[in-house]
Write a protein that binds this ligand. Sequence first.
Ligand code: CO
Ligand code: ZN
Length: 342
Amino acid sequence: MKDLIKKLTEAYGPSGAEEQVREMIRAEVEPYADQIDVDVMGSLICRVKPSAPPAGAEPKRIMVAAHMDEIGIVVSYIDEKGFIRFSPVGGLNPYVLMGQKVRFGNGTIGVFGTERIEDIKELKFEKMFIDIGAATRDEAQAKVAIGDAAVMHRDFSDLGNRVSSKAMDDRIACAVVIEAMKRAKPVAHEVCYVFTTQEELGLRGAKAAAYAVNPSVGIAVDVTVWGDTPECAPFNVVLGGGAAIKAKDSSLIAHPKLKRLMVDVAERQGIKYQLEVLERGGTDAGAIQLTREGVPAGTISIPCRYVHTPVETVDIGDVEACVSLLAAVVDELASPAGGGIL
Ligand code: CO
Ligand code: ZN
């Protein structure tokens, strides 16, 4: 699984330019899906049909979502000396960018520089620029255009039980969904595994995909933050504590029946889990629950340290717990009893 995580996290896929990630995922899931489509927003919708659909009735649909996009920057201006000004794509902190490199879709590498500042508190995106080694605007424009996006340039590191990379948010969830998809065996209902776009800009891909899928229940898989490094904010989720079952974040209150089902399944199957209330941030489940007349939705989270930096770090045991929990919950929901929810 580490190979898959390395491949997915090192890929280029800022919000709105997820093609490279999408094609990687398509190649992984093709043998396990009955139908694969790409929608207008670029989301990859993979349908697994039930083996024994209910007689005389249409099978219902379970939507599982993980986002393919990652945070990055977009070129907003190039000056006469070839320095690039930029805007953030998603929740970036300017402090994180100092000393970093970015990579554009065509492979161009840039490094961040800053104007002279007296106090680190003055560091804002407006004070920063990207240097791609060009001496003039023309030289820069030969490589990069206004509107081009770039991602952090950082490779995957195997730390043993833990792994670190850029874009664990949310490629680690893409890996979890791919692995769960191989294990789950839908009996009575269809399962739609959706790899969404533009989550970091406000759950945009999931919103459109959920309307098309028209699910009876939805589960998002995403990273959450951590509460176990020196002097960090108190938070109930720790690395190595297992799959995090979301109770609430700023986009969603998990549907009580679905949250209950996740906890019951984890207890019954001995899957390590922890409960999560996230103060700030949301997931695709927030978009899914507001589809049409409302959809019961919940989230399985992978605990992740240093979220939205180039060194996002997860625990392999937690990742495996998330795969087991997701596959087991999908099996329950796709059974004739629909997990008591469908
Ligand atoms: Co994010
Ligand atoms: Zn995410």
